[in-house]
Design a protein around this ligand. Sequence first.
Ligand code: F6R
Length: 242
Amino acid sequence: TKVNIADGYDELSWIAAESVIQTVQHKPEAVVCIAAGDTPAGMIDYLVQSQENGSVDFTSCQFIGLDEWEGLGESDAGSCQHFLRHHLFQPLGIKQDNIHVFDAKAEDLDMECRKMNDHLSSIGGLDVAVLGIGVNGHVGFNEPGTSLDGEAHVISLDEKTQEVGRKYFHSSMNPPQKGVTLGMKQLLDASKVIVIANGIKKRSAVRDMLYGEVSPAHPASILRYHSSLSVIIDREAYDMTN
Ligand code: F6R
């Protein structure tokens, strides 16, 4: 595991962006998966800027959705799709054909997961996955207790995830209690995995990920089985002294 400790959020965002850009420069039709949420926002801005200044072109990439809240879609503020659409896909001009995300409004979510599994294996898996980490150690919506060899699945979200998830939604709305997510196996199968985290609130999750027992209790720790895991964090998230 390569651990990169950045001076702050901006540096973290740039280091992560550079790594994604390298993958795409090398393989323009790369299969890319990027988490939604607060952490990747800065990196995503750098990806967009880099395409605008001509140093990389994402328009031949395939984008795969990492996870989604049950019942929410593109038009719902706070959904993963809404975030990615507005910050990433639209600014980059990605064609609909190159975007494969979960339809979490679908009646049969298990079927949605099977479709995702089939699609992902048909295109040969992920070239690069950029993941955030939850304060409870989740990656995607792989909550504590997740299976190591799982593919896409429906999951009952941890109470902590629902509580923290309030930040994405209007105050009048309760976050959904379920979600869909790619599984740990699909993340471990990615050619390159990048985990980004910043701030004191992520400190204990980062510590468990890097130095705790590799265990389903700390889903991010399972990524240590990956041969090319890169963890990019700021100093606040790294302080291991307390
Ligand atoms: C979102 C996702 C989640 C987040 C994690 C951290 O697509 O997969 O695992 O990455 O909850 O969220 P932020 O970055 O908002 O702290």
